[in-house]
Design a protein around this ligand. Structure first.
Ligand code: PGA
Length: 315
């Protein structure tokens, strides 16, 4: 078997085993579903026995599948240790990490950097929080090592690794009449006054896409260029909005009502991105691997996201 299997196949299989879903694995690895299915078929042919059983959308592992999942995890753990050791020899003691995070990513990026800095105290870190246009400009000029984004750019050829879930939830003031309702329809919601992020925001695009898919349109009552301003506007009863759960990280439960709306939370993701063809520095590679290693632990972890989003992140 080892003469034929590729690491890519094992990586895909490991993701399917961990996430119990072909769809989620393809999203996480930023691959198309047919690619994932084809690689799984090849792997199954090489092994000569079924690795997964599919009932409806739910994927479970066969006995052979469980053993292969375990073997894959061990292989990747050994490789991770090797990469870290090499990176350390190549100078992880000292160095500089230059990161750029798009607006909403600023809610989690500093915490991750803090954890990484504790592991590598000799590394200086610079984080710039900015908008999409500046991300593209910085990529074109090769200014930063890595970019943390919700939407990998289409304009430039990039490598994008999924690092975290990014659920978008509908928020209202706690005393809002809709806060007591369940299964609110999108039609009903479209009639509400909305406070919206500026045009071009990834969050806004995701909300508009969902409504558009249902033949609906939101007419914003107010447009604001920051999540913090939007939260203030909600509390001032200017309207409802939808934001990333991460924007609620530091809030007490109950400070906002998370509305129970059909089609929400919108399941988005955060990506670490760099231009394809760019050789990233050992420090940047170590940070990327740190992000990927902790991906499972962090995805939608309720304590990290804030109590407001618990119910939405449990799914
Ligand atoms: P934002 O989110 O643009 O709404 O801040 C980041 C993204 O989704 O790309």
């Amino acid at each position: 078997m080892r003469h034929h299997t590729t690491f890519r196949q094992l990586e895909i299989f490991e993701a399917i085993a961990r996430l119990s879903s072909f769809t989620r694995a393809s999203e996480e690895l930023y691959l198309t579903q047919p690619t994932v299915s084809m690689q799984m078929k090849k792997l199954t042919d090489i092994v000569g026995a079924p690795l997964v059983e599919q009932i409806g959308k739910k994927v479970s592992l066969t006995e052979d599948g469980r053993e292969l999942a375990q073997a894959s995890r061990e292989i990747f753990a050994i490789l991770d240790r090797y990469t870290m050791a090499v990176a350390e020899r190549q100078g992880l003691e000292r160095g500089k990490l230059k990161l750029m995070a798009i607006t909403t990513a600023s809610y989690f990026a500093p915490r991750l950097l803090g954890e990484f800095s504790k592991l590598h105290p000799g590394i200086d870190v610079a984080l710039r929080v900015t908008n999409k246009e500046q991300v593209l400009a910085s990529m074109a000029d090769n200014l930063d090592d890595l970019y943390l984004l919700g939407t990998p750019p289409q304009e430039i050829d990039v490598i994008a690794k999924q690092i975290m879930d990014n659920p978008i939830v509908v928020l209202a003031a706690p005393n809002h009449p809709l806060a007591r309702e369940s299964r609110i329809s999108l039609q009903r919601l479209a009639r509400e006054p909305w406070v919206m992020r500026e045009a071009g925001s990834g969050t806004r695009n995701a909300i508009e896409r969902l409504f558009h898919e249902h033949g609906l349109e939101i007419r914003p009552r107010l447009e604001l260029g920051s999540n913090e301003a939007i939260k203030q506007a909600i509390l001032a009863d200017l309207g409802i909005s939808a934001l990333s759960c991460h924007a609620l990280t530091l809030h007490q439960p109950g400070q906002f009502a998370v509305l129970d709306v059909e089609g929400f939370p919108i399941q988005r993701h955060w990506y670490a991105v760099y231009p394809a063809g760019r050789q990233i520095s050992p420090v940047a590679r170590a940070f990327l691997e740190f992000l990927l290693r902790q991906r499972g632990e962090r995805s939608c972890s309720p304590d990290k996201l804030g109590a407001n989003c618990r119910a939405d992140c449990a799914s």
